[in-house]
Write a protein that binds this ligand. Structure first.
Ligand code: NI
Length: 431
């Protein structure tokens, strides 16, 4: 491998979460300048959350730089010179940190669900395909792009490197928790990251935390738990997400049925018909999506037009607690009544659920194995966190799921037509 090429002068980015992001490596500087990475400026980190917390306008660009900076501090300030750390892994780790989310599209989750796309496979394609990112990485060696892609895909030979970027306590989560707490303005996402970083130690195949850092790690786990329920699964954000998904569904369905759009959805065409190329995908960003939502306000199709108006002008759906799987009778009754009331249940009666495990110890063979957090005890023993921490033990392995049903209250309240059915719907929904 080439000796690491350094910039003649260090570059810094001002960052509200980490104060400064430091770049000394030419490779990192060149990656930041690629068009695929710059595109992340035009994709929000938290999708529709800005409709609930108006500050949440930050981009995936800022999060990606943040993850890079956390890794840089771990490697250059904490791990450097320690026997168990191989300095030869430095650049591949930094590049993987910077690029771990490079394949995200606009409004990630809704887009992926509706169009069966997968941002992880686009991340791989951007790193390995014919892109500016790939050209920059190749300067480091012909097999360097593959190494970076393996770290992100969690197949890389050095598990220590993988656990820095994806485990139950990794640079990705530490950055997004702090960053999302900062931009939403909530007070519960904070924890002492500096303290956690100082107590990290490289071990064969993993990263451990000195037991003196346990309380800072507990704080991180609690912050994660709080952020999930207070911010990430906020029902108002999910309501906006539901509407967004339905816009995409409707537009795709109309397109496939040969509907004549007043304004042809050129940028969406290959996504709608399943022939999307990397080039098409890279050209899509949230600005492009919003442009079409504006255009579709003028469409003849009442559903598409109405959903776009709701999303742009924040006329969101109302919700109740409801588990459609446990209340099948009620569910089919509601579906029928919606049809009779002239409100298409496919777009206007939407069940949605979310769930999270605050911390999970290692359960081999289960579908999503999660690497546990290990503490390094005074006598050099290694102990799994929930065995030492009462707080973590109390919430370990406890999955919480929350089910809701979304509907447009304004349409149901409009009793100028189909009054009888709408009254019945209100009675069943308990509103
Ligand atoms: Ni990330």
């Amino acid at each position: 491998m080439n000796p690491e090429k350094k910039l003649s002068e260090e570059k810094v980015f001002k960052d509200p979460v980490h104060r400064y992001i430091h770049v000394r490596d030419k490779l990192i500087w060149d990656l930041i300048g690629t068009k695929e990475f710059q595109r992340l400026r035009r994709i929000k980190q938290l999708g529709t959350t800005y409709l609930t917390f108006h500050g949440a306008e930050h981009s995936r660009f800022s999060h990606s730089l943040g993850v890079y900076e956390i890794i840089r501090r771990i490697i250059d300030d904490v791990f450097k010179g320690r026997d168990e750390w191989d300095e030869g892994e430095r650049l591949v780790t930094l590049c993987a940190a910077l690029l771990h989310d490079v394949g995200h599209g606009p409004f990630s989750h809704s887009f992926e669900k509706v169009f069966h796309l997968d941002h992880e496979s686009f991340t791989q394609k951007i790193i390995l395909g014919e892109t500016e990112v790939n050209n920059v990485l190749k300067e480091e060696g012909a097999d360097f792009p593959t190494k970076v892609s393996e770290v992100i895909a969690k197949t890389y030979k050095n598990k220590q490197v993988i656990s820095l970027i994806s485990s139950q306590i990794d640079a990705d989560r530490m950055d997004y928790l702090l960053r999302d707490a900062y931009y939403t303005g909530v007070s519960y996402g904070n924890f002492d990251m500096e303290r956690i970083l100082r107590t990290m130690r490289p071990r064969e195949d993993m990263v451990v935390f000195k037991s003196s850092g346990m309380h800072a790690v507990e704080d991180y786990i609690m912050s994660r738990y709080q952020m999930y329920w207070q911010v990430y699964f906020h029902p108002v954000t999910r309501s906006a997400e539901v509407i967004l998904s339905k816009i995409l569904h409707r537009a795709k369905k109309l397109y496939l049925n040969g509907y004549e759009f007043k304004y042809h959805p050129t940028h969406f065409e290959s996504i709608f018909n399943g022939s999307v190329t990397l080039e098409d995908y890279i050209r899509l960003d949230e600005g492009v999506a919003f442009y079409y939502f504006q255009q579709w306000l003028d469409e003849e199709d009442k559903i598409l037009k109405d959903l776009c108006d709701r999303f742009l002008n924040r006329r969101l759906f109302q919700y109740i607690e409801f588990n459609a799987l446990l209340q099948l009778d009620k569910w089919s009754e509601l579906t029928n009544l919606f049809k009779k009331a002239g409100i298409d249940p496919e777009y206007y009666l939407v069940p949605d659920s979310s769930s999270d495990l605050p911390y999970d110890y290692y359960r081999p063979g289960e579908e999503e194995e999660r690497l546990p957090i290990y503490l390094l005890m005074g006598n050099n023993d290694i102990r799994e966190l929930s065995r030492e921490s009462f707080i973590v033990e109390a919430i370990s392995g406890k999955k919480r799921t929350d089910h809701k049903l979304y509907f447009p209250l304004d349409l149901i309240n409009d009793t100028s037509s189909k009054k009888k059915y709408k009254e019945e719907i209100k009675r069943i929904l308990g509103i």
